[in-house]
Ligand binder design. Structure first.
Ligand SMILES: Nc1ncnc2c1ncn2[C@@H]1O[C@H](COP(=O)(O)OP(=O)(O)OP(=O)(O)O)[C@@H](O)[C@H]1O
Length: 369
């Protein structure tokens, strides 16, 4: 998969951008607050239909504009296709070769993007929601159907929470079935993904850390003892039983206490929680290992690396990890977009086919390397 061209219109502070990405590294250089991350976000949004940072889609529309659009020509398994996504007051529309798409299977065919941004450094140190988000985004890259499945779950969760607050026990019961079925589907996805990623995290962490690196344990911990080792139907039945036992408590609090939204992904080094006991350097190495594990896993599953988006990571990593990451990327031969305020930091990533662009006040211009 390769992005051949990118067209951005009224997306955040980018009024109109036309860009010809390199087949390898495209480096976006600019001062703080000029629109570099916005451009990465536009590419990520095009490839995943998920906003990278925004909590509301409307945040993506340039102030004062009616709608935002990102489009690109992708050379994928079935040839060159034009994908586009538009954000309007009514919501988001995905288009494939100019035609709006209801079902997104064809849109996503061959598309996958992994982003690595400074906020990811909180993956180990921060709260469980960041780790759940990592898992769900990685699961969605692996199996695009997860986008709809996760949305079904959130919808079912909101409906049951509303029923807990206002409805009778019978009303709650009628919302529990759809909730546990959607939950079980998501739990099976997360379980499979953790199984795939765990050995890869260990390998990447050992490579980054060098000889004598501690052993990494990467495990999914469902809240309140929900079991995830059976079939989807068994998981749903188990979760339903636990929600039944916790019903009074949940009605008092007005929300559902067990299910994928409450679970944790634990990371341990030699058996000790990495969040509490890992050094700063080990925590950063672990984050890098998680990202590399996801990239390697997608590469194995898709037969080629995903599109990579690296937002100012070189200024956040120490020189050794930065060198490791850039050497890894060089060996991967993936298409990548990298942002930086200091071009020298990315020199090791630059090759003869690197494209350089300057981003200034939302205007993107090609630089002669
Ligand atoms: N919807 C929007 N419409 C117009 N401008 C926006 C919108 N959303 C964000 N911005 C502007 O985009 C700018 C931030 O751009 P961005 O986050 O891409 O910066 P950056 O170049 O990555 O900087 P840094 O190096 O600090 O990360 C801010 O000036 C912000 O006001």
């Amino acid at each position: 998969m390769r992005l051949l061209s990118l067209h951005v219109q009224d997306f955040r502070n980018l009024a109109a951008v036309e860009l010809a990405p390199s087949p390898r590294a495209t480096i976006l250089v600019g001062e703080n607050g000029q629109g570099k991350t916005n451009l990465l976000e536009a590419v990520y949004f095009l490839a995943t239909l998920k906003p990278l940072r925004a909590s509301r889609l409307q945040e993506l529309v340039r102030f004062g504009a009616a709608h935002a659009q990102v489009a690109g020509d992708f050379d994928g398994p079935g040839g060159v296709r034009r994908v586009a996504v538009r954000v309007e007051p009514g919501g988001r529309t995905a288009l494939l070769d100019g035609k709006p798409q209801e079902k997104l299977d064809s849109y996503f065919e061959g598309l996958a993007a992994v982003c690595f941004a400074p906020d990811d450094l909180l993956l180990v140190k921060g709260g469980p929601d960041g780790r759940r988000r990592f898992l769900d985004r990685a699961a969605f890259n692996r199996w695009p159907a997860v986008l709809a499945e996760a949305r079904d779950y959130v919808r079912a969760l909101r409906a049951r929470n509303a029923a807990l607050r206002t409805g009778t026990a019978e009303v709650e019961e009628s919302f529990r079935g759809p909730l546990v079925r959607a939950a079980a589907r998501l739990l099976v996805r997360r379980r499979e993904l953790v199984l795939e990623l765990a050995p890869r995290v260990q390998v990447a962490f050992a490579e980054i850390s060098g000889p004598g690196a501690p052993e990494v344990r990467f495990a999914y911990r469902p809240a309140h003892g929900v079991r995830i080792d059976g079939t989807e139907a068994e998981i749903a039945a188990g979760l339903s039983g636990i929600l039944g036992q916790r019903l009074e408590r949940d009605r008092e609090k007005g929300f559902t206490s067990a299910g994928p939204h409450a679970d944790e992904l634990t990371l341990a080094l030699d058996g000790k929680g990495a969040k509490l006991f890992g050094s700063q350097g080990q925590q950063r190495a672990l984050v890098l290992a998680l990202k590399i594990a996801e990239i390697e896993n997608l590469r194995a599953a898709l037969g080629r690396p995903p599109l990579l988006l690296l937002d100012d990571v070189s200024s956040e990593l120490d020189p050794a990890k930065n060198r490791y990451l850039l050497a890894y990327l060089g060996g991967l031969a993936a298409q990548a977009f990298l942002t930086t305020t200091d071009r020298r930091l990315l020199d090791p990533a630059a090759g003869p086919d690197t494209a350089f662009y300057r981003v200034e006040k939302g205007v993107v211009t090609a630089l002669v390397s």
